[in-house]
Write a protein that binds this ligand. Structure first.
Ligand code: HEM
Length: 450
């Protein structure tokens, strides 16, 4: 396949031209739909948008999921790293990536399938395997793969049906819970009382089965396996990278900690003010205003963390590979520069030509964590100057949940640890420039706050 490198204004031209497709390029590089079709029963036609729609719909429930994610993340970090201020020493995590992936797999199992199903160790192992399937697909992918190799990969998937195996295990674990939900719903309807509807993704997908065309519970579970696995693998990669950045740029930890404390103090004071107003007006103080939740990592609190947001946008800008995001030409296209990209050829963006320009400041070659603070350029804000999540109508729909989760993760880390250290300092440069297919073989020391 011909591959042309594009730079600067050409990138915008390609991203906004519907004759170019990033998803078709991903398909020809990863053959990902063969993996999806090794397990899903519906939506097998190439080019359908059900995965995109599901990601968008799931994002709508972020306010519901956020308190659950916060509780599970705090517990996961406690288990994976620990907190021992009395020792005064460091806790060493030799392999941060699997520790974080473990935590995220547990979070995803809980929000996608609910706590009862997520308690089952087989379910946790299955989401872990699903995230490994996707990781493998993206890591082993190559635009230069031969037709013969692509054929073998597809045949392997058809024969071994890995996603079908994952879906069957999840469906087996989910069946008794789903049947019990149906029984309780019918009982509530009969007795005219409100049914306490479970608020996990499984319930929403079951209710929206006809909208998405799902065939049965196994089919629903195949789609859950794809989404939960994707979040676990993609977020684990970035969260690990964030740890290395916090260790490599220690001055960030204190500034971010101060911001987290200021934001939580302000939210707490406002909630107290509201409670006082309620008391004066004789209004009841409901659970939402319970003082026990005053310092939660809520959607509102995370939104106010502008330095945290800037730090993340800068990590993404700085770490992105220089040649990234491939688009496939779906027809012959002549770019304004006169270059002709013929149908079936691919273009790859030189993102450095966009991310390392004076538009970002004179020091765009440096890591400046507060570059975007108060500039109204959030880590989810896509545009021609920030291509991490793509641009335009086809931009990554998972970026909202991704960024919010990463903000929460970083806020917990700086709240619990005053200093992070890369175990082998000679690996610092490699650690902050690490990529998905480039695991870093050095651990991180975490110094607990008193
Ligand atoms: C750090 C993690 C991630 C990064 C950097 C990323 C980046 C991207 C990029 C560059 C695109 C192409 C956009 C374009 O064509 O303009 C994209 C598309 C997409 N991403 Fe992500 N992504 C991430 C995580 C995820 C996750 C976890 C999911 C699913 C749960 C996901 C689902 C999608 C989907 C469905 C599309 C296609 C959108 C469409 O065609 O309308 N992404 N992503």
């Amino acid at each position: 396949m011909n591959l042309t490198v594009i730079s600067g204004p050409q990138i915008r031209e390609v991203f906004t031209n519907p004759a170019f497709s990033a998803s078709d390029a991903i398909e020809s590089i990863t053959r990902i739909s063969s993996y999806f079709n090794s397990g899903r029963k519906s939506n097998r036609n190439y080019g359908n948008h059900v995965i995109q729609d599901l990601v968008r719909d799931t994002t709508r429930y972020l306010p519901v999921f956020t308190p659950k994610i916060a509780t599970l993340m705090e517990k996961g970090l406690e288990k994976g790293i620990g907190h021992s201020p009395e020792k005064g020493g460091a806790q060493l995590v030799e392999a941060p990536f699997p520790m974080i992936r473990n935590m995220l797999v547990n979070i995803m199992a809980n929000i996608f399938l609910g706590p009862e199903i997520a308690k089952n160790p087989k379910v946790i192992d299955t989401i872990w395997d699903a995230s490994s399937d996707l990781r493998r697909a993206f890591i082993n992918s190559s635009i230069r793969v031969s037709k013969w190799r692509a054929f073998l990969d597809r045949t392997h998937l058809r024969l071994f049906q890995p996603l079908m195996k994952r879906a069957q295990i999840l469906a087996e674990a989910a069946t008794p819970v789903v049947l019990e939900r149906r029984r309780l719903e019918a009982l509530a309807n009969e007795s005219g009382v409100a049914w306490e509807r479970p608020d996990d993704v499984l319930q929403s997908m079951l209710e929206d089965s006809s909208k998405y065309g799902f065939e049965d519970l196994e089919d629903v579970c195949a789609h859950i396996s794809i989404l939960a696995g994707a979040y676990a693998f993609a977020m684990a990669d970035t969260a690990t990278n964030i740890l290395y950045f916090l260790a490599a740029f220690p001055e960030c930890v204190e500034k971010l900690y101060e911001e987290v404390q200021q934001v939580l103090d302000a939210v707490q004071a406002e909630r107290e003010q509201t409670r006082q107003e309620y008391r004066m007006e004789g209004k009841p103080i409901d659970e939402a205003l319970d003082p026990a939740h005053d310092r939660d990592m809520s959607v509102e609190a995370l939104k106010r963390m502008v330095y945290m947001d800037s730090f993340l946008r800068e990590v993404f800008r700085y770490r992105i590979e220089h040649l990234r995001i491939v688009h496939l030409a779906m027809e012959d296209v002549t770019l304004s520069s006169g270059i002709v990209i013929s149908k079936g050829s691919a273009v790859i963006s030189n993102t450095r030509s966009v991310h390392h320009t004076p538009e970002h400041g004179d020091d765009s070659a440096e890591f400046r964590p507060w570059r975007y603070a108060e500039k109204h350029k959030t880590a989810t804000k896509i545009g021609p100057d920030y291509l991490v999540f793509g641009m335009g109508r086809r931009a990554c729909p998972a970026r909202f949940m991704n960024i919010q989760g990463l903000k929460m993760f970083s806020a917990f880390i700086v709240s619990k640890y005053s200093k992070l250290e890369i175990q082998d300092p000679s690996r610092t440069k490699a650690a902050i420039h690490s990529r998905l297919n480039d695991p870093i073989d050095t651990g991180v020391n975490f110094y607990s706050r008193a």
